[in-house]
Design a protein around this ligand. Sequence first.
Ligand code: NAP
Ligand code: ZN
Length: 352
Amino acid sequence: MNHTKAYSAASATSLLASTTIPRRDPTERDVQIEILFCGICHSDLHQVRNEWSTIMPTVYPIVPGHEIVGRVTKVGSAVTKHKPGDLVGVGCLVDSDHTCPHCQANRENLCPNQTLTFNSPDKHKTAPVTYGGYSNSIVVDEHFVLRVPTNLNLAGVAPLLCAGITTYSPLRRWGVTKGKKVGIAGLGGLGHMGVKISHALGAHTVVFTTSSKKKEDALRLGADEVVISRNSDEMKKHAGSFDFILDTIAAGHDVNAYLNLLAHDSTLVIVGAPEKPMSVSAFSLLMGRRNLAGSIIGGIAETQEMLDFCGKHNITADVEIIPTQKVNEAYERLVKSDVKYRFCIDMASLKA
Ligand code: NAP
Ligand code: ZN
């Protein structure tokens, strides 16, 4: 057993603080990684504050973080994919049952027995639950360790492991391509990746934001148009016109306002995970025979495909790099949608 420094919260109302956590010795299938950067996803904040208590109650202490990049320090005897010195990534999943129909079809994100990177029961019993990437090292089954393209900035790669795949997967699954009109609702961590990927896929990309201050940025990130979602006249101009809308909004909002912008038979996919249920009017769906769906991260092979796509198109997240000691401040800013566009922790700061 090894021990490593980490940043954890002791309760839903505690600030995150420095601590020490156990990590297992690598088994024959494991890869041990020195973590260099870890992105801050809004899901980290939801779970630190136990906002998803009815779906996945938080076990404390919690060490969040599932947008991990680092360097391999050790591998088990049966590991073939990675070797010491390699730059690698780990996203939201660190294990699954490997046998269910979803795992067999490379959809580990749908496996009913998956192990999330943090706040999942720890099969190895190193601790009651898994501990995430706000730490200096992690040990992960090689199947869940991704190759990182060498041409990309490492801090900007970290958020691809969650924000990147969570937007790439539905954009691909629902056939976003040149000639399609695509809406991205919410310009935060997920939203700004959605814009970059939708643009790279060649779609006409429209950003919906509550903030007029983000307009210039949205255009720079690849949007063709920007709509201020609080302006109902601006919204109405797009009624019935979208082939696809990706909803990345982290708080409660009126989904009907976006459903009404879909063309007939088109789909709105929710990836944002607000704390409270939202109401949907039947008429928003039946008029125009519209579809409402959800999506959760992506499979491991698809995550590798996304990383390779980003390598080819030179896509990384726009990051504000912070030391670990600024995590609590970053959380306060995340709640206010004041992030351009992903906080990324330089994990070397935890060693100091
Ligand atoms: P984020 O960086 O905080 O971005 C969320 C954006 O939502 C904000 O920047 C803001 O955009 C918009 N927003 C926030 N409050 C709003 C409100 N009251 N009304 C309207 N818009 C509002 O969060 P994130 O990390 O991108 O995560 C977004 C959501 O996706 C979270 O709920 C997270 O838990 C979830 N998530 C889901 C998956 C999945 O697999 N499905 C994966 C990762 C994250 P504007 O300022 O542009 O209005
Ligand atoms: Zn995430």
